[in-house]
Design a binder for this molecule. Structure first.
Ligand code: AMP
Ligand code: ZN
Length: 119
């Protein structure tokens, strides 16, 4: 069923506590943890507890949870004290765009010069 945990999904395992993660923020619908391979001084992943393969499919099925994800990203930025310098929320969608984990997630990146347009 849509949104149900997937046995072969790394991020579902993090939600379930079966794989450890450096969790920095949690809500009823989201979990945020530090990226294992940080690309900036602040690099946090915000994920829905529910499993959807990407952010757009999450938003189509559960718009409230997608809004929670963005709100949580903002709370993480506040916690990380990067709202003043600015931060980037990235939603890689599809392998051609660099998505490697097919459980929706938002990258929150900050703390270094962030080029525009992104690579
Ligand atoms: P993406 O390439 O957009 O799908 O992002 C997946 C991200 O998950 C990458 O930045 C990885 O470094 C990160 N990642 C993979 N495994 C873990 C893990 N066990 N804990 C934290 N982050 C992870
Ligand atoms: Zn999952």
């Amino acid at each position: 069923m849509a949104g149900e945990p997937q046995a072969d999904c790394l991020f579902c395992k993090i939600v379930a506590g079966e794989v450890p993660a450096d969790v920095v923020h949690e809500t009823e619908t989201t979990v945020a943890f530090r990226d294992i391979n940080p690309q900036a001084p602040t690099h946090v992943l915000v994920i829905p507890r529910a499993h959807y393969p990407d952010a757009a499919s999450l938003a189509a099925a559960e718009p409230g949870t997608a809004a929670d994800l963005l709100a949580a990203a903002g709370r993480v930025a506040e916690q990380e004290k990067v709202t003043g310098v600015g931060y980037r929320i990235v939603l890689n969608t599809g392998s051609g765009a660099g998505q490697t984990v097919f459980h929706a997630h938002a990258h929150v990146l900050a703390g270094r010069g962030l080029e525009w347009p992104p690579g």
